[in-house]
Write a new protein. Structure first.
Length: 150
């Protein structure tokens, strides 16, 4: 395991580790290249998975970079005590490679290392395309906000 890079994950993973998003791929073939900027998230679901993995590895810089500037908080306080254990994609609406907006419903399970407390976050997240980097290209997917579900 490598040491954390400035602005990178606080708990980096080797490329051959299982990706935290549980896609079935290794981190280096799944969310790792998205986090490093080597590959864009081509769908809203791919961005959602990369954001979940960013929480799992403590990659605050990626969370901020993938958040729409209109709704991005001034700062994030990632809790090192929380371990993200599992991600289930419940469903998607739009958010494909040729869409401009989309929604991803997910459930994410966590556990506190200190207290052993466990919980679940169930949310419907909204995503939009950001500005295109060049004419004729599609802009990157950005997280806008979400509605927490019971």
């Amino acid at each position: 395991m490598s040491t954390p890079e400035p602005g990178g994950p606080s708990r980096p993973l080797p490329d051959d580790a299982r990706c935290p998003c549980l896609s079935g791929d290794a981190y280096g073939a799944c969310c790792g290249p998205v986090h490093s900027g080597d590959r864009p998230a081509v769908t809203a679901e791919a961005l959602m998975r990369s954001r979940y993995s960013a929480y799992a590895v403590g990659h605050e810089a990626w969370l901020r970079a993938s958040w729409h500037p209109r709704t991005r908080p001034a700062s994030l306080d990632l809790d090192d005590d929380v371990t993200w254990r599992r991600l289930d994609i419940v469903g998607t609406r739009a958010g494909g490679p040729f869409d401009e907006q989309g929604e991803v419903e997910f459930a994410a399970w966590w556990r506190s290392a200190t207290t052993g407390e466990r919980g679940r976050l169930h949310e419907v997240s909204r995503f939009v395309r950001g500005p295109a980097p060049r004419p004729g290209e599609r802009g990157p997917w950005l997280y806008v906000d979400g509605d927490v579900q019971p």
